[in-house]
Design a protein around this ligand. Structure first.
Ligand code: C5P
Length: 399
């Protein structure tokens, strides 16, 4: 299974407002959610399976008796951080209140310990029927979040309470249930990870020890906060992240070529990749014999950050990383400040990698310095935690 940002399951039951869940699915994706759709058989009368497959970009299961050997109701119950069922019909409310499980969706609900958000939509008389009122109360008592339906025009000519609410109201309920920040919704964040390799001949290269863990952690954290993330990864062994666009590159020049295209469209660039400072002047198409390997002639690689910061538009934020082998805090601060100025950055994270520290590790320590010379000393913390601290800084700079 791929690692992922926020993953949720959208259940759809058989009410006419099922078509509105197509928009809900899109808006959930805009908020960085990776969504699996599970429609009930009845709902397929309103919106077909192909629509859900096309919109979600995933295979859609509707049947408990399909792929039985994979026990799909249990895996789907475990995989998702939240279940939202929109619309929830009166019949489904009754089934859930009595704990029934006679199809794929109700089996998943019964097997899941994730938060559950129900979005009832039905005619006013059905919503106000004492049986429905009691079922809603039972479900709320058991911890289900039941979103109040809106009031207004029904399917026919009548009006009243029972309408399917705006997607934004449902997404607020989802975000509240997950208690997660969605402060990067609508932002495009470009992130580089790993270390570039500069080939010497078909066998050898100049490389560095960067594993890509920090860049991948940043990509996951940014996606979890709703950003649209493009990850440019250089020579990492890490698996793709579901819901994130990823481009693989090998050399500094290839990385620059991708970023030249992507940078104008992003709100922020986080350059956590370790870029080789130089490449060989003359690449050899055939393996260089040992006897000719006493010296290598090098040429400097372009400084990617410098070249992009010279075309930076107002409002775009640039975050750099620096790996130093200096442990003195004052020296680290000075080198961070010097790089902020020379590369025209908004923020830099500088860490002390001496003695093999940090590269490839789960944890990191260092200093965050911004262009107003504010300094945050970061004690030994996980790369995930550092990602959230840096993204908090990014959000405050994006304004
Ligand atoms: O100058 P130094 O290599 O320490 O700066 C590190 C920062 O600059 C990192 O964010 C790195 O990704 C970026 N860099 C770059 N192009 C280079 C070298 C470093 O963009 N050729």
């Amino acid at each position: 299974m791929f690692p992922r940002g926020r993953k949720i399951l959208l259940g759809v039951s058989g009410g006419i407002s099922a078509y509105k869940s197509c928009d809900l699915l899109r808006r959930l994706q805009d908020h960085g959610f990776v969504v699996d759709v599970v429609p009930t058989q009845a709902s397929l009368n309103f919106v077909g399976k192909s629509t859900w497959e096309a919109l979600s970009g995933k295979k859609v299961a509707t049947d408990l008796w399909q792929d039985v050997e994979k026990v799909p109701h249990i895996s789907m119950a475990k995989e998702n951080d939240l279940i939202v069922i929109a619309p929830t019909t009166a019949d489904l409310l009754a089934k859930l209140a009595s704990g029934r499980a006679d199809d794929l969706l109700t089996n998943i609900v019964l097997a899941s310990i994730a938060p559950k958000v129900l979005v009832p939509a039905m005619h006013t008389e059905m919503w106000l029927n004492p049986a429905t009122v009691e079922n809603v109360q039972t479900l709320r008592n058991r911890g289900f979040i039941v979103v109040e339906p809106d009031e207004g025009r029904m399917t026919g000519r009548d009006t009243g309470v029972g309408r399917y609410p705006e997607s934004s109201k449902i997404i607020d309920a989802v975000n509240n249930a997950l208690a997660v920040a969605s402060d990067l919704v609508g932002k495009k964040v470009l992130i580089t990870a790993g270390g570039t390799r500069e080939p010497i001949d078909p066998v050898r290269f100049i490389g560095n020890r960067s594993s890509g863990r920090q860049g991948f952690a940043l990509a996951m954290a940014a996606a979890s906060r709703g950003a649209q993330v493009h990850l440019v990864a250089a020579n990492t062994d890490l698996p793709n992240i579901e819901g994130i666009t990823m481009t693989s590159v090998e050399t500094a020049e290839q990385m620059l070529a991708v970023l030249d295209l992507e940078f104008p469209h992003c709100d922020a660039l986080i350059m956590s990749a370790a870029v080789a400072d130089a490449r060989v002047a003359d690449y050899s198409d055939s393996k260089i014999g040992k006897e000719r390997l006493s010296t290598l002639s090098l040429v400097r690689n372009p400084d990617i950050l410098k070249s992009l910061s010279s075309v930076k538009k107002p409002g775009q934020i640039l975050i750099g990383f620096a790996a130093e082998t200096e442990s003195d805090v004052k020296a680290l601060k000075d080198s961070a400040t010097e790089k902020i100025v020379s590369k025209n950055l908004d923020i830099i994270y500088v860490n002390n990698v001496s003695g093999g520290a940090i590269f490839g590790s789960e944890s990191t320590r260092g200093l965050i310095v911004d262009k107003d010379r504010n300094v945050i000393e970061v004690p030994e913390i996980s790369k995930d935690t550092l990602s959230d601290i840096l993204l908090d800084q990014l959000v405050s700079k994006l304004g």
